[in-house]
Ligand binder design. Sequence first.
Ligand code: ADP
Length: 182
Amino acid sequence: MIIILFGAPGVGKGTQAVILAEKLGVAHLSTGDAFRAAIKSQTPVGQLAKEYVDAGKLVPDHIVALIVEEAMSAKAFANGCILDGFPRTKAQAEALETMLESTGQEINSVVNINVDDSTIITRLLQRGRADDAEDIIRHRLTVYTDETAPLLQFYADKGLLTSVDGIGEVETVNQRILDALR
Ligand code: ADP
């Protein structure tokens, strides 16, 4: 079972992905978390990714592929996983298709979480991660609109896309996602 959680930075993908992975008994891959961990432990991938993550830019696709392939080859992923923050470009979506063809897995559902930009900015400023300064947040939102949002049509055309309202209590939003998956 492969489920993609989709949406702009700050819509709550990470929070929801952790809860869903637990409830559904599958693995969870956050490419953002994977990059932050790699940067912290100064691995080769971390050293390549750091300047992009710090600036709120997309890490180049070939570097993203390294981290995703490594994560998805782990045993825990054989049952499936919740993807959070990947794919973010058309090239990444195509790379994912190729990866899944080789493992014989399929994307079951793509759940788009909707939150308006002003709520996103308020939430991220409160979170206060290193890349959560207001100018970097605005840049990440622009990158989302330009590079990532077009994937919504790609998945809608495949009949895989559903959308949920991301405003409300964490548990309420989680229930909406579970309903969307039925
Ligand atoms: P958010 O969704 O709040 O921006 P993430 O933790 O998902 O936070 O991502 C943080 C940063 O990690 C991104 O701004 C980007 O630099 C990098 N990143 C994460 N996933 C990807 C990806 N699939 N492709 C390119 N860069 C990525």
